[in-house]
Design a protein around this ligand. Structure first.
Ligand code: NZQ
Ligand code: ZN
Length: 387
């Protein structure tokens, strides 16, 4: 195990009806907020009206910015920054999923930054400061409700870049699994895939003596798969959503990465797919992860053996290591198929045209990965396998 410091400042307010108390939660921070949300699901479900009522009950002034798209765009971030500056806003309430929360985070650090906020994404420079953010999560997936990350798409440059800073962690996040009951099947599946990836990116490591976190990762992965299967048959099961919501939060609140080197190659490779083809992040991960596994597993067979046995429930003798590992990977891919997720690039209409460009964007100027270091040629090989 390697040395670590761990802290997560985001307070989680979990359970039925919790979003109705949003006004009182914000009051200690601000009397005037930017309310940021997406394309309208919160209006259809009635969450919007309940949030407005609670904010009004606390006399909180509301400036609204709607229209965040999945794979959130820089243009709207810039608009939000201007709106906050003009109205002297010091708190952002994000009501939505990863895209809305990430857009809010980018706005929050752009307000005090003297130049264009995209510079922070390109350079990784520290922001001067960031406005406080609170969130009401509407889709368990990205884990942005407890992370310090923001992933933004620069639509002009066809670049999708992630940025991380402790300053971006929300001060609180409300997670009410009831809100998930309106999610369509494909968003449930995308979310399950993304949260599983957040665990696997941390789980697959060459660091030794990591038993506590290995065990936690395995347990959360099994729980997400079990409850994902329940939702696959019945999207109206509150208890399964509650497990998925908590699993998705733990997957990305940092705890499962302590004391170990992490990998993150699949995320780096996936962001290039979303940047050019605008596919859902979770779908891209479902395609790439099994191919990444087959490409890198021989560099640490023990880790993949442990995954196959402890997560995927594969049985076999000591002589069958290769077979057990491959069966574990095949079962993961079969699980994605069970959830109707795509498992090849062709299924999401990606052909070989841009594979080399994407590989160079992912790993042209740097190496990615941890368990196995990947250069751009490796990334190209994985993309080609995934066709
Ligand atoms: O826009 P609306 O109308 O709200 O519809 C959304 C959107 O179309 C819909 N939706 C959300 N809640 C709903 C609902 N529909 C019905 N009922 C509800 N309760 O779902 C669609 C997808 O929303 P989105 O926010 O894009 O999903 P997700 O949470 O998966 O976020 C994906 C983004 O997060 C980034 C991804 O790259 C991607 O851009 N990530 C952010 C991370 C972070 N900040 O830590 C880490 C992740 O690895 C990921 O990269
Ligand atoms: Zn992700």
């Amino acid at each position: 195990m390697i040395n670590f410091n761990y802290q997560n400042k985001t307070k989680i307010i979990f359970g039925k009806g919790q979003h109705k108390g949003i006004g009182a939660l914000i009051k200690p921070y601000s009397n005037k907020i930017l309310l940021h949300y997406g394309g309208g699901s919160i209006k259809k479900s009635g969450i919007y009206d309940e949030v407005i009522a609670s904010l009004k009950a606390e006399n909180i002034e509301i400036i609204e910015l709607a229209g965040v798209k999945p794979n959130p765009r820089l243009t709207l971030v810039r608009e939000g920054i201007e709106l906050c500056r003009k109205n002297d806003i010091n708190f952002i309430l994000a009501v939505g999923g990863g895209s809305v929360i990430d857009s809010s985070k980018a706005i929050s650090m752009g307000v005090s930054y003297p130049s264009d906020v995209w510079q922070l994404f390109e350079t990784g420079k520290k922001p001067v400061s960031a406005l406080n953010i609170g969130t009401i999560l509407t889709i368990p997936a990205a884990g942005s409700e407890s992370s310090g990350n923001s992933v933004i798409t620069n639509e002009e440059k066809q670049l999708k870049i992630g940025y991380g800073s402790e300053l971006l962690k929300p001060v609180f996040s409300v997670i009410n699994p009831e809100i998930c009951l309106t999610l369509p099947h494909n968003q449930m599946a995308n979310g399950v895939s993304d949260m599983m990836s957040h665990i696997m990116e941390r789980y697959f490591t060459n660091t030794l003596h990591t038993d506590v976190i290995d065990g936690l990762c395995e347990s959360v992965l099994r729980t997400i798969m079990k409850n994902g299967r329940t939702l696959n048959k019945n999207l109206g099961n509150y208890d399964a959503w509650a497990e998925i919501c908590l699993g998705g939060n733990i997957a990305h609140n940092g705890l499962l990465g302590v004391g170990r080197d992490q990998d993150w190659a699949c995320h780096a490779m996936e962001h290039e797919l979303s940047a050019i083809y605008d596919i859902p992040h979770g779908a891209g991960l479902a395609i790439l992860t099994p191919f990444w596994m087959r490409y890198v597993c021989h560099d640490n067979m023990n880790m993949f053996l442990q995954f196959a046995v402890n997560v995927m429930g594969v049985e076999g003798g000591f002589r069958d290591q290769e077979e057990i590992v491959m069966e574990g990977i095949n079962r993961l891919e079969a699980f994605y198929k069970e959830l109707s997720l795509p498992t090849t690039l062709v299924e999401v209409k990606i052909d070989k045209t841009n594979l080399e460009i994407m590989a160079k964007k992912a790993a042209g100027n740097r190496e990615i990965g941890g368990l196995k270091i990947l250069k751009w040629q490796d990334v190209l090989n994985i993309y080609q396998l995934a066709l």
